[in-house]
Design a protein around this ligand. Structure first.
Ligand code: GLY
Length: 247
């Protein structure tokens, strides 16, 4: 977690002071919670040259048989990829996204064999086509989703189960999710849709209590995890990890 996070990229949000000590503590608890939920956690050392480098989700998309190294739409983030590539190369063959394509993992929501891909300020049509080119031969379906009100697709929609999503319909077009169960966030909690599904548990920021009540009422085990300092950095739960199965 770099102390330079105070200079992170911001697109839709105004800058607010980030308490770096608190962010470091929250980041450590994040790793502990993933371990408690049964995951093996490999940590990549922070590089202060890259204020957003703790948001590793954006620089790779890990499929079952390969990993796609992205080309972030934010130029300041493009050199975050080598550190993540070095670790992922132990687990998957790597393929790359090249200019003029841009793609960030925050715009890619995997539900079973479907990849929903946001067209957002960070991910363009060439990026989506590159992902389609590498993923469709592996049996994935790629579905475009217009993102209008937020930074990334996953700022507005994440998975509760393979057939069910938690979404803020004010920020994205939810039409591509027809056929799935779309659970709306509480309208007064627009940022509540980014939750992290880990082995059946839904890890969620506790600052969105009405939405969390809705999720718990559906029978999910909800694990509150405070990420207040990362919300100020226009990030949330999914951004700080890449979850995949070892082979
Ligand atoms: N601060 C997160 C991002 O803009 O990529």
């Amino acid at each position: 977690m770099p102390s330079s996070i105070t200079r992170c990229e911001l697109t839709f949000l105004e800058r607010e002071p980030i308490d770096v000590d608190r962010a470091v503590a929250q980041h450590a608890v994040y790793g502990m919670v993933l371990r408690e939920l049964g995951l093996e956690v490999l940590e990549i050392p922070a590089d202060p040259a890259f204020p957003d480098c703790c948001f590793v989700e954006d620089v790779a998309i890990v499929l079952d048989r390969l990993a796609v190294l992205t080309r972030p739409g934010a130029a300041s983030r493009r050199n975050e990829t080598p550190a993540v590539a070095e670790v992922l190369a132990r687990f998957r063959p790597l393929v790359r996204v090249e200019a003029p394509a841009t793609l960030e993992g925050g715009d890619v929501l995997m539900l079973g064999r479907t990849l929903f891909v946001g067209s957002s300020p960070r991910s363009n049509a060439d990026g989506l086509e590159r992902l389609r080119e590498v993923a469709e031969p592996l049996g994935y379906r790629v579905v475009a989703v217009p993102v209008t009100g937020c930074l990334h697709l996953k700022s507005a929609v994440t998975a509760l189960a393979d057939g069910r999503v938690l979404a803020n319909p004010a920020w994205i077009d939810v039409t591509p999710f027809r056929g799935l169960d779309v659970i709306p966030v509480a309208p007064e909690e627009p940022g509540a849709a980014n939750v992290l599904r880990v082995n059946g548990t839904i890890v969620a920021h506790p600052g969105f209590p009405r939405t969390l009540e809705r999720v718990a009422a559906l029978g999910y085990d909800v694990r509150p995890l405070d990420v207040s300092e990362f919300l100020k950095a226009e990030a949330a739960l999914t951004c700080k990890s890449l979850l995949f199965r070892r082979h």
